[in-house]
Design a protein around this ligand. Structure first.
Ligand code: URA
Length: 236
């Protein structure tokens, strides 16, 4: 890959700010392929060159992607003056990495949210052309019927004329719990689709993006890094 400035390579790990990285480099604590480098503007290829800080090899990744089980009451945003955001759930090292949420879940929606520092990846996941399926579990205030499932499968037109792509609706016995699969990401889409059938949502949780399932071990507010193999599942 293209060579990067040494201070950027260090800062990309989230362990140091860019200015802290410069101090470390100038102090002679950073070596590239065994040779100390004291100029922050010097470049290295972090995938090929062994970069060490105080003799310890640096763990550098091309991109970072986290899976978060978003709790209710938290904003899908990077910062907000008054409300807690998903970034506030992460430790400082990850807050310094320039991560942002891949799309949004409503404040009261829970479940699978990806966070990354890779704009191209975000575009690929959110692009309407990719039709990446997103699966939700919804609780609704009035029972759904098979007619509703047929209407979802045909493609709904919402009250304001918005046309939705055909979507999946699986109804649990009793009718007030369902699983919705959508292939696009319109504003409040699942809530608006169910409300248009006279069944307002009382709880919504995202379970899956593509074939990538929310890790049930995380629990509300829990998160972990995804490796590239797991990430590929989004596009399966
Ligand atoms: N659809 C909604 O209505 N809300 C969400 O948070 C996600 C999908």
């Amino acid at each position: 890959m293209a060579k990067l400035r040494l201070d950027k390579i260090l800062a990309d790990t989230g362990r140091w700010s860019r200015s802290e990285a410069r101090v470390l480099i100038r102090a002679g604590r950073v070596a590239v392929s065994g040779a100390p480098v004291c100029r922050p503007e010097e470049k290295a290829d972090p995938e090929r060159d062994a970069v060490c800080v105080d003799g310890a090899p640096l763990r550098w990744q091309r991109r970072v992607c986290l899976m978060l089980d978003k709790p209710a009451g938290v904003l899908s945003a990077t910062e907000d003056r008054t409300q807690q955001t998903v970034l506030d759930l992460l430790p400082p090292q990850y807050r310094r990495m320039g991560l942002f949420p891949v799309g949004r879940l409503d404040r009261d929606t829970t479940g699978l949210l990806l966070l990354t520092d890779d704009g191209d990846l975000t575009h690929e996941i959110l692009s309407p052309k990719k039709h990446v399926p997103k699966r939700y579990r919804a609780e609704v205030a009035a029972p759904l019927s098979e007619q509703d499932a047929a209407a979802f499968a045909a493609g709904l037109t919402l009250g304001d004329g918005t046309r939705c792509l055909p979507a999946g609706l699986e109804i649990e016995p009793g009718g007030t719990v369902c699983f919705v699969t959508v292939f696009e990401g319109k504003y409040h889409q699942v809530k608006r689709m169910l409300a248009s059938r006279g069944c307002p949502v009382t709880a919504l949780r995202r379970l899956r993006i593509g074939a990538l399932e929310l890790d049930p071990a995380l629990g509300a507010g829990g998160w972990r890094e995804l490796d590239e193999t797991e990430l590929k599942r989004v596009f399966e």
